[in-house]
Design a protein around this ligand. Structure first.
Ligand code: SF4
Length: 240
């Protein structure tokens, strides 16, 4: 059976409605960049059908960011309407991503609402903000930014102490210097004893096989993770 991918970017509502939603209390609204149904690409959930909700805005500017369109583009939606849209796909797995989803207070209403309705919920965060207030039912996928990103100084290091076995840490590696930094961080903070650790090569900057050979050579307790959605549909495609 062939799998048909479906992508529905959020169409901007009429100006009057937009202003009305933007005026709601912060926990009841979200600025949404896109909502789409695809294959989860970068975690232990990679390969599973998933509804992805991408929120607008990010306080970081990673050199290799592949979602710069999420920095400013988006439309206001009621959290309840976002939940209804996610449920309409009839998919048991949902991921909230960005941008940086933790910038918007309404993200907590969204994640808890999806959990209440029985969905497995993933949160993908850049790792620069405190994750401790996230609903414990949510599986947190937390970036630890390597120096090549230009954002290593903005990692929120206390997050590592808050990790649960159901969480995951991802380090995006651009070159050998990044790898050695990541290796040091994993060993020093024993991240692998807390949860799954992913090393992901920057697309078109580091050969996955080279990263894999370093991991094997060092017997590093980490997974080499590729961006499955880019392999499936290409690096430039949005809404996948
Ligand atoms: S944290 Fe994510 S969305 Fe923000 S700049 Fe970095 S890669 Fe892009």
């Amino acid at each position: 059976m062939s799998f048909r991918r479906e992508s529905h970017c959020v169409a901007p509502p009429r100006r009057k409605l937009l202003n009305c939603v933007a005026a709601l209390p912060a926990p009841e609204r979200l600025r949404i960049n896109e909502i789409f149904y695809s294959i989860q690409g970068e975690s232990t959930f990679a390969g599973r059908p998933c509804v992805l909700v991408r929120l607008t805005g990010c306080q970081m500017r990673c050199t290799w960011c592949d979602t710069e369109y999420s920095f400013y583009e988006g439309a206001w939606m009621r959290v309840d309407d976002v939940i209804e849209r996610v449920l309409s796909y009839d998919c048991p797995l949902a991921e909230v991503t960005g941008g940086e989803p933790l910038l918007q207070p309404g993200v907590h209403t969204l994640m808890s609402g999806l959990c209440d309705r029985g969905l497995e919920v993933l949160l993908e965060t850049g790792g620069g903000l405190d994750i401790s207030g996230v609903d414990p039912r949510v599986r947190r996928i937390v970036d630890l930014k390597c120096p090549g990103s230009g954002e290593a100084a903005n990692n929120h290091w206390p997050n590592l102490l808050d990790l649960r076995a159901t969480d995951e840490v991802k380090l995006v590696v651009q070159d050998r210097d990044d790898y050695e930094w990541a290796r040091q961080a994993i060993r020093e903070h024993r991240i692998d004893r807390r949860c799954a650790v992913h090393l992901s090569p920057v697309w078109d900057a580091l050969e996955p096989a080279e990263l894999a050979s370093w991991v094997l050579e060092d017997r590093l307790p980490a997974r080499v993770s590729l961006q499955l959605h880019k392999t499936l549909w290409g690096a430039e495609k949005r809404g996948v």
